[in-house]
Design a protein around this ligand. Structure first.
Ligand SMILES: *[C@@H]1O[C@H](CO)[C@@H](O)[C@H](O)[C@H]1NC(C)=O
Ligand SMILES: *[C@@H]1O[C@H](CO)[C@@H](O)[C@H](O)[C@H]1NC(C)=O
Length: 228
């Protein structure tokens, strides 16, 4: 009986609300990142065969660099992934170093603004978020009130949860320096650019750029994704 009474009311509310609210609200636009920030990110790779990781992320757009300090669960030796805007990335731990050359620079602060598709509001981890997807590759959750990123998910199930987000957080210069072993006579691995590989259409090139920039940005964890 109460339900029967409620149904017409709900239907009336659904019809009435767009009128009552006047013009439809504009589609929310993702907030560009600050030029510099420090975030602590919990990365869940278990769905793609990996483990949990705790990552200190230092994004430094004016400095032309981005750093992921990656600690795997119950693993003592952290991995550094230092990206420079010229395309060079250094992946090193206390014993080894790999250098990679990417065909893309850093992910720009407004990387999500162009071409993202708005998917509406969802609650994640107790936060009310706007959600966008870009090239069906990444799903991005932004807090409706504070505009801070809360989470980004990858197409293959990798999830990154933002545990803290410190605007203007920087890491001192000496910490960005790759160790000497990165500059000894070891090989540099070039990551092939699909743009040059297959002569794709422009739209597809743009799509590749976003995907490779984001893969680069999330660094070592994403390699597990890319290898699938
Ligand atoms: C990690 O992701 C898997 C698959 O989505 C999920 O079942 C699990 O609860 C997640 N773990 C954490 C700590 O978020
Ligand atoms: C890119 O910049 C970094 C940091 O200055 C440097 O170590 C590296 O050699 C540069 N790479 C290229 C290809 O110039």
């Amino acid at each position: 009986m109460p339900l029967l009474l409620l149904l017409p009311l709900l239907a009336a509310a659904a019809v009435a609300s767009p009128l009552a609210g006047g013009a439809a609200a504009p589609t929310p636009i993702p907030t560009p990142w600050p030029d510099q920030f420090h975030a602590v990110v919990l990365t869940n790779l278990t769905e793609s065969g990996g483990r949990l990781q705790l990552i200190d992320l230092y994004y430094d757009w004016p400095g032309g660099r981005n750093l992921n300090l990656i600690r795997g669960q119950l693993s003592g030796d952290p991995t550094y992934d230092v990206e420079w805007t010229n395309g060079t990335s250094f992946f090193f731990d206390s014993a080894s170093c790999r250098t990679k050359l990417f065909p893309v620079g850093l992910l720009p602060p407004d990387w999500l603004v162009d071409g993202a598709v708005y998917l509406g509001r969802h609650a994640v981890g107790g936060f009310d978020c706007h959600v966008w997807t870009k090239v069906d590759f990444v799903w991005y959750y932004e807090d409706v009130v504070t505009h801070r990123p809360v989470r980004w998910n990858f197409f293959n199930g990798m999830q990154q949860h933002v545990m803290s987000f410190e605007v203007g957080g920087v890491l001192k210069d000496s910490k960005w320096q790759a160790p000497a072993r990165c500059f000894s006579d070891q090989e540099t691995v070039g990551i092939a650019g699909a743009a040059t590989a297959t002569g794709r259409l422009q739209g597809e090139d743009a799509k590749f750029d976003v995907m490779s920039s984001f893969l680069r940005f999330v660094g070592a964890p994403a390699q597990a994704v890319a290898a699938e």
